[in-house]
Write a protein that binds this ligand. Sequence first.
Ligand SMILES: *Cc1c(COP(=O)(O)O)cnc(C)c1O
Length: 374
Amino acid sequence: MKTRSDFKVPFLDLRIDDPLERDRLMDAINTVFEHGRFILGPEVTELENRVAHYCDRKFAVGLGSGTDAVLLALRAHEVGPGDEVITSALSWLATGTAIAQTGATPVFTDVGNDLVMDAISIEPLMSERTKAIVPVHYTGKVCDMAAISRIAVRYGIPVIEDASQAFGARRFGRPAGSFGTMAAFSLNPMKVFAACGEAGILLTDDAQLATTVRALRYNGMVDADTTRYISGNARIDTLQAAILLKRLDSVSHHIERRRTIAREYNSAFKKFFEVPEEGDEIADRDAWYTYTVRTDAREDLYIHLQTNGVEAKIRDRYLLSDQPVFHGNTSGSFPNARRLIDTLLCLPLHDKMTDDDASFVISAVTSFFEDGVR
Ligand SMILES: *Cc1c(COP(=O)(O)O)cnc(C)c1O
């Protein structure tokens, strides 16, 4: 097994080696050490307020993970056994397991070539039992929320965005997380807006739903003495909230850096394979969580890059429907996702990459296609 240091360009580099950044985070941690409110301390409330504002929402509830955020959104809507929840066949597996944890059955839609939910494929999957739609802003690209919301309104069911990969992205001039009845974010260390450990957050404009999620995040407690719902402990740590507050200021800057590299990649690579295109309008902006390309030469290119110092990754090897845990779940229809799943490869894209790193990746890919390696 190769480790990060075996690569000239690692897929991600999560170390905090910039002394200024480290000092800033240490200050935040020290403040929490001083006040000692490790659970739901003042930084949690401040983070909730600032993230709600950033994403144009009224309420935010800090949680222990993105998985919890999707799960509690569904539970706040009373989704449970016997219900169906429509989601994309292509996502990180947590979207599927969160749905299944409620007892509901996930039903999978197709994706477009942009890898996000194809709104056209939703309606044929609607049944009496459909209780929610969970679109996934896969790779950091916001789904066509206008089309998805229209369908949801027509059927009178909620939309819960799994916006875990898209913090800071926009569509139709609005931020990711501002579209659904509720929106779930993972803030784990891999994400663009990242804690130094597990964290997540759930957004909504509905005061009642926010109150319910606050109860669900700790043993169903509705006040200091009373529990009304069966649920576990899904609170965000004050320490993580303090770190996230420091990092919120630099999110847009980090996304811009990713965008710059992504554009360089795109112009170098579009003659070789299908690259991830971003809308031209300022209204449509991806978060660039991953730089995911589509190529029939996926396996060979992956090995070529691994042996030439570039840590590419196959992020989601299986469609959700093909995960052993969902074995036999044939609900849904997703021919395009089925076709695409074996072609997807993620190249390194993160804000610590230098211009040299980007050039190195470009040379490594180019040598594969041009030097007869293929
Ligand atoms: C990361 C991620 C999650 C899960 O988040 P955790 O914080 O790891 O629980 C859920 N959905 C998607 C699309 C993700 O990328």
